[in-house]
Design a binder for this molecule. Structure first.
Ligand code: TRP
Length: 447
């Protein structure tokens, strides 16, 4: 039985509010910035196919696992694991730490989106600017600070009045912008050529790495492996159906990732020469500059990216905040401000690692501080957290206890329990363990 936290605990205002907030967490730079270039670098259509398989077989069951742990315990990740099995609380701590770490460098890239909104509005988009932009210490730290401040403000308003209300406004706007930009892209003369790059499956490109990256992208994109969905799940009403909620969030996230491909590739067309992080910030801008009214299309595009990023940074911050509120009895405002301050400090070396400070740009075979943070936290730690969550649920808490939490609002879930057990107890751990071995052995993260 879930013991209520003294003093009551926030819940989402509605099931739709939760779905928008959780989809907001999932839909982020991972979908719009990373998914297209990782797809491009890994064989196009085949990668999309592998990604979809990973989403259905691994992402969906793990999403349901995290939401179920959260709703059952009504606590932050540390409290949640502690309540079911005190020895497992380290998984919660790992999640809190990982959230802060990811936020610190994710905030840097998120800051670029504001920078490019400003550049588009000023009409000063220049594809050759990117290198100087990311090497400018004042701009990098300034935009990081601006983005994290916005994140702090939303989270300070709380679950219902901050996170949910923001999602209710921004997610419909995101969808609208996305659809508008996709239509604009598809009507360009470059569309057919670009879509060929996106969807033509190059089966020769399938390697172990392709498969591993598809799995890693699925977990990152769904915000799994660090307790974000445990935390969001902890605010779900007892009467809501967890299985349909998980399905809705996963579908929403997947649709946006796929749509991002339909947005980016038609614009880029055949002009694509290399993938990587610059696909959006350099190649797209070259194309915007060729387009009639391209400056305004660019503006909408970077607003879209900024919205996607904000609804994700909010979820990263909420994990540590909920931990401090629940476990340390801190007031929300004080908790948010302290976590925010720590995150900004931790983000500064990342912000300066792209050319601004020599000592930070090349720490280990060409990788800078930001890359190393992403490798350690955005890849290794998330995989580790997801693996432990699966094992915990099936072999420690017990699948029937977890299933009971889902079935309380949805008795029909009974027929899916054996499948959920196999996916969580065998398939997902095997896939994640293989991914962990690969990324640690090769030192190659999604990056
Ligand atoms: N899913 C987000 C994206 O695609 C990023 C993100 C937010 C995240 N919260 C997370 C990733 C928690 C892993 C864990 O950009």
């Amino acid at each position: 039985m879930a013991v209520p936290v003294p003093g009551g605990r926030a819940t989402w205002g509605s099931k739709l509010g939760f779905i928008l907030a959780a989809a907001g967490s999932a839909i982020g730079l991972g979908n719009i910035w990373r998914f297209p270039y990782v797809t491009y670098e890994n064989g196009g259509g085949v990668f999309v196919l592998l990604y979809l398989i990973a989403i259905v077989c691994l992402g969906l069951p793990v999403m349901l696992a995290e939401l179920t742990i959260g709703r059952h315990t009504a606590r932050n990740p540390v409290g949640a694991f502690r309540m079911i099995a005190p020895n497992w609380r380290f998984v919660g701590y790992l999640g809190v730490l990982t959230g802060v770490a990811i936020l610190s460098y994710y905030g840097v890239v998120a800051g670029w989106t504001i920078g490019y909104v400003v550049k588009s509005a000023a009409g000063s988009l220049d594809p050759d600017d990117f290198g100087t932009f990311i090497a400018d210490p004042a701009l990098q730290v300034g935009y990081l600070l601006a983005f994290l401040t916005a994140t702090v403000v939303v989270v300070a308003f709380g679950v219902k009045n901050g996170i949910e209300r923001m999602a209710q406004i921004l997610m419909p706007l995101l969808l609208l912008l996305m659809l508008g930009l996709v239509i604009r892209g598809l009507t360009l003369p470059t569309a057919a050529e670009g879509l060929r790059f996106y969807l033509y499956p190059d089966f020769g490109a399938v390697t172990v790495k392709t498969v591993i990256f598809a799995v890693g992208q699925a977990f990152f994109s769904l915000s799994l492996g660090m307790g974000a969905m445990i935390t969001y799940g902890s605010y779900i009403n007892k009467k809501d159906n967890l299985a349909t909620s998980a399905l809705a969030v996963v579908s929403f996230d997947t649709c946006i990732a796929l749509l991002a491909g339909f947005l980016i590739f038609p614009v880029i067309g055949a002009s694509i020469t290399k993938g990587g992080p610059t696909l959006v910030f350099v190649t797209m801008i070259e194309q915007f500059n060729l387009m009639a009214g391209g400056r305004w299309v660019a503006l909408l595009f970077f607003v879209l990216l900024a919205i996607a990023a904000l609804t994700s940074t909010v979820s990263l911050l909420e994990v540590a905040t909920s931990y401090m509120v629940d476990e340390l009895g801190m007031k929300r405002l004080k908790a948010v401000l302290s976590v925010g301050a720590v995150t900004i400090l931790l983000g500064i070396p990342s912000a300066l690692s792209l050319g601004a400070a020599d000592g930070l740009t090349d720490l280990a075979n060409g990788k800078g501080f930001l890359n190393i943070m992403d490798f350690l936290f955005g890849n290794v730690s998330l995989a580790f957290g997801a693996l432990l969550t699966c094992i915990f649920l099936v072999y420690r808490w017990g699948i029937s206890n977890a299933a009971a939490e889902v079935q309380s609002a949805y008795p029909g879930f009974a027929r899916f329990v054996p499948l959920w057990r196999i996916l969580l107890g065998v398939i997902a751990p095997a896939a994640i363990a293989a991914m962990l071995v690969y990324i640690i052995a090769t030192g190659e993260g999604l990056g």
